[in-house]
Design a binder for this molecule. Sequence first.
Ligand code: VG1
Ligand code: CO
Length: 543
Amino acid sequence: MTPTIIETQAIDGQKPGTSGLRKKTAVFMGPNYLENYVQSIFDGIGGVAGKTLVVGGDGRYFNDSAIQIIARLAAGNGAASIIVGQNGLLSTPAASHLIRLNGTDGGLILSASHNPGGPDADFGLKYNTPNGGPAPENVTDKIYAATTTISQYKTIDATDIDLGTLGETKLGDMTVRIVDPVANYADLMASLFDFDAIKALFASGFTMRFDAMHAITGPYATAILEDTLGAAKGSVVNAVPSPDFGGGHPDPNPIWAKTLVDEMMGSDAPDFGAASDGDGDRNMIMGRGIYVTPSDSLALLAAHATAAPAYAGGLAGVARSMPTSAAVDRVAERLGIEAFETPTGWKFFGNLLDAGRVTICGEESAGTGSTHVREKDGLWAVLLWLNILAKTKSSVKDLMQNHWSDYGRNYYSRHDFEDIDSAKAHACFDALRAAIPTLPGQTHAGLTVESASEFAYDDPVDGSHSAAQGLIVAFNGGARAVLRLSGTGTVGATLRLYLEALETDPNKLTGDPQQALSEVIKAAHAIMQIEAHTGRDAPNVIT
Ligand code: VG1
Ligand code: CO
């Protein structure tokens, strides 16, 4: 079938951020916006003629129409085939798995992840490479360059694909395979974990609540937790993905998953609570009466991973993003394995995972994952926790408290100042950057600055260099404050202030993090002058 060539013009601002391109839905639906970006992805990766791609998304508003447009462009560009989740749905980790399982030339994931969805909210698109992981910077740079010089795109004249029917069809000369979004992923999970032990745990009366937040993990969690592992019916709530996530904000943290937090802190709390985000790659973990901070969850999973068959032979190494607490580093030290510190964003873990240098990695933003795919994976983290709970026969609270007694506790919190005027946020950030040389030796709120630096990363596998990855102020005694500008927002700017202090006194391990960090918070504000720059004296989200 002869492709149709459509003339177009470059559109400003199609620059991928921390995880793909995210914009207001209306922007993505604007004339040629999606078409330009998809053609630029294809051009940036050297064309898709004869190639196979996985395509799927988190089901947010515009997901299905966008897939039809992408399919026509793929056919117009001569792709051999596309593998699409039924009804256009695929969680991000499931898409990563399908890319790897089928040895495809990568995939397109439609999601703005934890950002809200709907006609007035956010949409996003990212390209994942053949290893199943988000495209690294050298690839996204080429894609962005292509968006600035594009003059035409190739599509075909064809009617929509029937996304609802499983099986193979044709779109022009291209084969379209519609697959069950859950089945292969569920098989993968069964191959990693001791499902019999988890079944026995549920059979013994263990209770859990999983909040899918009206997003993509609903069908996955229902199939795996309830139908396969025997969690009581109704354990999974908000399980039907909706285009606007039930009007909510599908970000699994104590603010947006407050209903779950209230239940877990209440008198009738289940034994275990969890939630995932819009596209299924994040996790929030709770026990009865306890919220597990993502950095602690990463450390605990690393310490106990051998409970699961997939990791019984031990871990090759671990990695965390720079702003993530150092709790996992001390586990690695004890285990005698390597620990890596990478910039924010999953794309930086790919090389380490591919090279077999690390087995488990994670971020403070509730992302945890392993070698099984090349994305963070919310349900995977939940299942590893369940496997550990089944094997140790401990409660979440006991596991965490024993962990802190053993290793000390890295008190940790992230304060987000969202929706700030972009110029003001950048001025605040730039002022701190400029002050770096003068900070060491200064004392604020009783804390003396030991060092201040801007984080840069040299990838130990391919040697690539990534500059400007966040500002670190380290204090004597091991506490630190980190400042970053978010790369996933769609309006204004978000300043993220990450706070951490290590406590090893056995009598001070069960305090409130905001209390334990109060000196660091004061010192950070004195140094960073966030209020003077932005007019905001308090964060609007604390995790
Ligand atoms: C945020 C998180 C980061 C995460 C990224 C994508 O990025 O901080 O850790 O990898 O979102 O997660 P930023 O640049 O806004 O801080 V997801 O689940 O939104 O794809
Ligand atoms: Co996500």
